[in-house]
Design a binder for this molecule. Structure first.
Ligand code: URA
Length: 432
């Protein structure tokens, strides 16, 4: 088989055969396909798309490009959760311990942040002493004792995705429906859980700009997952503004710990409960209504927080540190309103980029990040503000980073005289 012909076929709008897709994925993993040919193929797919059959085939080949995790030593129906990426999205830190406290084993591998979106693995490293790099044995022991474990991707789950994602990131081909679906679902299939709840984000801070395209992606992912024998359910959720009131790493963990102790912002609490209830439902614990009640009880009783504390101590961290404020960057700057009016729009991706400028995220893979950098948001879409009100506070470890970030943050906001209509936090559910 010749790579050039496969590229030409897709460039001209043809359908790739299973053999051709297998050839491409093998070449991705063994290095025989060079970056320039893979990049050209990715661009052809970006323009021409893939039908559901091609997408499912690509997903399965990617899932089998490395060993699949064997979680059979952990008893019970294991459920995973995945977000397609957002700004201020710390729901994993809240939803997963809630599901675990309802008796659902949650062995979860998390990724790192890239671009304007954050990653759970980075956030967790803000907890003093906490280790996200575990051996298989440590991972299993933590799930056994705490009911959940959050660790970094071992690098072995769907290795083809690692190379393809890195190429997509530098060739403007990330935002392709079949490529996102194959990337997400190959990792979920390889991760070995029986069920997965997807949080598919729609809006200015997401890959999918509107609810319709997010629904299309969710349908495709549910279909692929079900074909692979998984139980899959997806919530379509709003990412037109950051989730909660914080963006960064330490600052987001602090907010998540607040939520686990009964506080925190309403949107974070609601979305975390909805995702957790769906995880419990997929695990077959009862009707959706009953699972929601279980999730609320697990949160309100403090059992979910204690599960999280237990996981932290199993993974070398200090569980008492979770009750205290996290240290943040020593240089701060307030962003003040320059006029009276309603905050009508927040460009979530731009706010994510403002956090990257403070050092809280990385624009290139493997770049170091500053866990103490971040943004605390005081006013969100729909709020009325008066001139001089503090809209947000920036934290950085270097004073020189503040001004540029402040300008980006300010440019992400739109003000008006009329209160805007707010989109629902959860626009719908697919599958399950
Ligand atoms: N998250 C992933 O894991 N892959 C994508 O392609 C997009 C979001």
């Amino acid at each position: 088989m010749v790579m050039e012909e496969i590229i030409r076929k897709k460039r001209d709008g043809g359908k790739l055969s299973p053999e051709e897709i297998r050839f491409v994925v093998r070449g991705t993993v063994d290095g025989s396909a060079p970056d320039y040919q893979l990049s050209a193929l990715l661009m052809a797919i970006w323009f021409r798309g893939m039908d559901p059959e091609e997408t499912a085939c690509l997903t399965m080949e990617m899932a089998d490009s490395g060993p699949r995790a064997d979680l059979s030593r952990i008893p019970g129906f294991k459920v995973d959760k995945h977000s397609t990426g957002g700004v201020g999205d710390k729901t994993t830190l809240v939803a997963v311990p809630i599901a675990a406290a309802c008796g659902v084993p949650c062995p979860k591998m998390s990724g790192r942040g890239l671009g304007h979106t954050g990653g759970t693995a980075d956030k967790l490293e803000a907890i003093p002493g906490f280790r996200t790099g575990l051996t298989e044995r440590e991972f299993f022991e933590t799930v056994e004792q705490a009911g959940l474990s959050l660790m970094t991707q071992t690098g072995e789950a769907a290795p083809a995705d690692k190379r393809l994602y890195a190429l997509r990131d530098v060739t403007a081909t990330v935002d392709s429906l079949p490529l996102i679906a194959a990337s997400v679902m190959s990792k979920k299939i390889a991760s070995g859980c029986g069920g997965v709840v997807l949080d598919v984000k729609a809006g200015s801070g997401a890959f999918m700009p509107d609810v319709q395209s997010a629904q299309k992606l969710a349908r495709l992912m549910c279909q692929i997952g079900e074909q692979a024998g998984l139980k899959v359910s997806a919530l379509i959720t709003n990412m037109d503004e950051p989730l909660g009131n914080t963006v960064g790493n330490a600052i987001e963990v602090e907010e998540a710990m607040d939520a686990l102790q009964g506080g925190g912002p309403a949107d974070l609490r609601e979305l975390s409960l909805a995702l957790a209830a769906e995880m419990v439902f997929l695990a077959g614990k009862g009707s959706r209504k009953f699972c929601r009640k279980m999730a609320e009880e697990a949160l309100e009783s403090g059992r979910a927080f204690r599960r999280f504390q237990k996981m932290v101590s199993c993974q070398g961290g200090d569980p008492e540190a979770l009750r205290r404020p996290f240290p943040l960057g020593e240089f701060t700057m307030d962003i003040l309103a320059e006029q009276d009016g309603f905050l009508t729009r927040m460009e979530a991706a731009e706010i994510g980029r403002a956090a990257v400028l403070l050092g809280a995220g990385r624009s290139r893979k493997d770049e170091p990040i500053d866990l103490k950098a971040g943004i605390r948001i005081f006013k969100k879409t729909g709020d009325f503000v008066r001139k001089g009100d503090v809209l947000a506070e920036l934290y950085a470890s270097k004073e020189s980073l503040l001004a540029q970030s402040a300008e980006k943050y300010r440019n992400a906001l739109t003000f008006g005289t009329e209160k805007p209509e707010l989109p629902p936090l959860i626009a719908g559910r697919i599958g399950g």
